[in-house]
Design a protein around this ligand. Structure first.
Ligand SMILES: Cc1cc2nc3c(=O)[nH]c(=O)nc-3n(C[C@H](O)[C@H](O)[C@H](O)COP(=O)(O)OP(=O)(O)OC[C@H]3O[C@@H](n4cnc5c(N)ncnc54)[C@H](O)[C@@H]3O)c2cc1C
Length: 455
């Protein structure tokens, strides 16, 4: 009976990678459209995978099963006050398309809309407003979760609270998130009133980012880490708030944004095309194009998701791929720790094409949630040679010594020891994992690498 019920599921074995195209592994793929009470998990280890936008090995499960949630996306309800119910495979892009014309937007969004609700909870994603609003889970009223024995339970900060907090940031290792209830925020338009401010060097950049007198809800700073000595760490702070109708003068419909031409990268660029010199050039052009822009109006996609206009942009790094190194360090040591890290990268002549700083407010109750109070920096670095691995080990040491941590949704290289140092509440998480998944049915390449399954 149960086998028959799985007939709506297709299965094949495939080599998949994280978004950085560096971590790769082969798994059996399943594409369930529903997860009813009759659904049986396939034999072997299982892991849910959303749209595969985590950069490293968090959504990979070598020799196990991946439950691909892309066909499991449905918007079920939106109340007049903006409370959304949707299945976990729904992408943020689908949610925006449905909810924005009704006057609601996501309370927290990462830098791409091609991620699922399940992926956002499992990584407890943050946006440009963490210093004001916290991370994604703060707006999750509840979700249902399929456990390793097939039971479906409801989790919220009040009901099954330990399981709720272990699933938030738990990278898919507690179960499969099924139905999510999320509080959206009301907006008057689909536009953002942005303010760009130039920063002449790294100290100025950090000073602007920490300026409490800037009241905009969103804040992010781009850093030119290839600029010469005097301008090292210069950049542009881009703050923003949802525009009101009064901010839009020549725009007829406040919820309609112009259609953008989508560019697609059809093949992998040759390895080595992106190097220290091209990084310097790209960064100099970006600075020239964005400095002195002051206050202006941008549509939400241009402000939140600039990279989404280039489909498969990750292929520009070539087949060897790249890593995104993202860490958070306490604000008071930010200049020293971030300066040291950028210096190490620069000394090794490794170009970072994209480097962005954000400010985090306090963390939350989830033991593996990444954000904690401080400054976070994300750097894209091409995987040119194995030397990058030893560089990252050095960077991890600096981050840990300053009391910081690395983001698991981006990570591919952290060691188990370093992970435990950076996530001191790991044992709280492990106690919940042991209770609900004692035989590690939910497993992943990340979990094996970091020995999270070492029960
Ligand atoms: C261009 C770009 C910009 C980004 N910007 C940000 C940012 O600003 N802030 C930020 O926080 N992150 C950011 N990210 C990272 C991204 O938001 C996270 O990695 C997110 O988890 C990806 O969602 P996904 O649906 O693609 O999940 P996947 O990458 O497929 O999976 C990620 C994790 O979620 C788990 N998971 C997925 N679905 C479920 C489910 N239904 N049940 C249980 N577990 C599940 C997987 O097992 C895995 O551990 C960015 C990524 C890209 C590519």
């Amino acid at each position: 009976m149960k086998d028959n019920l799985q007939s709506n599921i297709s299965k094949n074995r495939r080599l998949l990678s994280g978004w950085g195209n560096f971590s790769k592994s082969t798994a059996s793929l399943f594409y369930p459209e529903t997860f009813g009470a009759e659904y049986t998990l396939p034999q072997g280890t299982c892991l849910a995978r959303g749209l595969g936008r985590s950069y490293g090995d968090a959504a990979l499960n070598e020799q196990g099963n991946l439950l691909m949630t892309e066909k499991f996306g449905r918007i079920l309800d939106l109340t007049p006050s903006g409370v959304l119910t949707a299945t976990a495979g729904s992408s943020l892009e689908e949610i925006i398309r449905y909810c924005l014309p009704k006057g609601f937007f996501l309370p927290v969004t990462p830098g791409t809309q091609y991620v699922t609700l399940g992926g956002c909870i499992a990584a407890d994603v943050h946006g440009k407003n963490h210093h004001i609003d916290g991370s994604f889970s703060r707006f999750v009223e509840k979700f249902t979760l399929m456990l390793c024995n097939g039971t479906i339970v409801t989790c919220s900060p009040e009901v099954n609270a330990p399981l709720f907090h272990a699933t938030v940031g738990g990278m898919g290792l507690t179960g499969i998130i099924l139905e999510v209830v999320l509080r959206l925020i009301p907006v008057e338009t689909a536009y953002i009133r942005t303010h760009y401010r130039n920063a002449k060097d790294l100290s100025h950049n950090l000073e602007l980012l920490s300026d409490r007198s800037i009241e905009d809800r969103y804040s992010v700073s781009w850093v030119d880490c290839r600029a010469g000595r005097k301008n090292f760490g210069r950049g542009v702070l881009m703050t923003g708030r949802h525009a009101g109708k009064e901010d839009l003068q020549s725009i007829a419909d406040p919820f309609v944004i112009p259609r953008k031409r989508e560019i697609s990268i059809p093949f992998y660029f040759p390895d080595g095309l992106l190097n220290s010199s091209t990084a310097r050039l790209f960064n100099a052009c970006f600075y020239a194009a964005n400095k002195n822009k002051g206050v202006h109006i941008k549509d939400y996609a241009g402000y939140f998701y600039p990279l989404d206009t280039v489909k498969y942009w990750n292929r520009v790094y070539g087949k060897r791929g790249f890593i995104q190194y993202q860490f958070v360090v306490p604000e008071d040591s930010g200049r020293r720790s971030i300066g040291k890290i950028l210096q190490h990268i620069s000394d090794e002549k490794r170009g970072s094409f994209l480097a962005v700083l954000k400010r985090f407010g306090p963390g939350n109750d989830a033991p593996l949630s990444f954000p904690k109070e401080g400054i976070t920096l994300a750097l894209d670095i091409p995987m040119r040679d194995p030397g990058l691995i030893s560089l990252v080990e050095k960077l991890d040491r600096i981050v840990a010594d300053y009391g910081g941590r690395v983001y698991l949704a981006k990570d591919s290289l952290l060691s188990p020891e370093m992970f435990r140092e950076m996530y001191p509440r790991f044992n709280e998480w492990l106690a919940v994992k042991r209770e609900y998944d004692p035989h590690c049915r939910f497993d992943s390449d990340l979990s094996r690498r970091l020995a999270l399954h070492d029960l």
